[in-house]
Write a protein that binds this ligand. Structure first.
Ligand SMILES: [Fe+2]
Length: 294
């Protein structure tokens, strides 16, 4: 059955408490259909998504559609319109509150999980551990935003949906407050298992237009497509960067936005270092290291 959403909670409170939320039917069908049409063009197929699998979709074209730096300008333009879609933008505005807002930098690509027809039927499962996106670099305490997914299709359990590991945003923040040099290496690494509890994952099984928001410090994972029907997972994966990158938080400050409240579980603090500069500096060092290794 898996971890279930507490539907008695407002989505903002759910995000604060669990590090993620789901808003059903938030994006109109017309937008989803437009995005699917753009994807069909990118993938050079006339098939509806229900017919997409490893036999019918070209690997290279799929890789291109998944990569924000390689997708065609046409697909980029269509996916980037998510930030202008009024209902979605309203949710973003609510998350950031009146003193913050979307920073104007689109970063949207696709999250497509097709059934591997050569793999045969596999025992349906999801990843037992989630990951952070900051691998062997400084992990930003705050960052300037969060991540979203907009489902473009009806997905099924085990059809390659993203999974979220609820509540880990609180644990990881505490970890970073105690040791700002903690490094995340891999979701299967024993160092990671030693510092975070294993929690039951939530699987984002969705209808077209359903939206998921998740915290940058909550564990999450992609999954293989193992559903019997072969239905694919097709979503827009959009990072939402705000205008502000805070360096401290006070839970007692009146009128905190939901986004800031999600960073205020471990009491009042002000960092002794510049979180933004540390993050950018660490990323630059990693890029140099990777370039030197090539
Ligand atoms: Fe990730």
């Amino acid at each position: 059955m898996g971890w279930q959403i507490d539907t008695d909670m407002h989505w903002t409170d759910h995000y604060v408490e669990h590090g993620f939320c789901v808003i059903r039917q938030a994006v109109p069908r017309a937008f989803c259909e437009e995005a699917i049409a753009a994807l069909q063009k990118e993938l050079r197929t006339d098939l509806p998504p229900s017919g997409w699998n490893s036999d019918t979709i070209d690997d290279d074209l799929l890789a291109q559609a998944r990569d924000p730096d390689k997708q065609s300008p046409e697909l980029h333009a269509t996916l980037s319109r998510i930030y202008e879609e009024p209902n979605y933008r309203g949710l973003v505005d609510t998350m950031f509150g009146e003193h913050n807002g979307w920073g104007g930098k689109p970063h949207a690509h696709t999250f497509i999980s097709l059934k591997d027809m050569a793999a045969g039927d596999r025992e349906p499962s999801v990843s037992p551990w989630g990951h952070l996106d900051f691998v062997n670099v400084h992990i930003p305490m705050f960052g300037d935003g969060f991540t979203s997914q907009v489902s473009l299709v009806k997905s099924e359990p085990f059809s390659g949906n993203i999974t979220i590991y609820p509540g880990l945003h609180k644990v990881v923040q505490k970890l970073l407050l105690d040791d700002r040099d903690f490094r995340f290496l891999a979701q299967g690494h024993p160092d990671w298992h030693a510092v975070v509890p294993q929690v039951e994952p939530y699987e984002f099984v969705a209808d077209p237009g359903d939206v998921l928001f998740f915290h940058h410090l909550v564990g999450h994972a992609g999954n293989g497509n193992m559903c019997a029907s072969g239905a694919p997972r097709v979503a827009i994966h959009a990072h939402v960067y705000g205008q502000l990158w805070p360096n401290g938080v006070d839970p007692d400050e009146p009128g905190l936005s939901p986004w800031l409240r999600s960073h205020a579980h471990n009491g009042k603090f002000e960092l002794a270092y510049n979180d933004r500069e540390m993050t950018m500096g660490s990323k630059a060092v990693r890029a140099e290291r990777n370039a030197a290794a090539k």
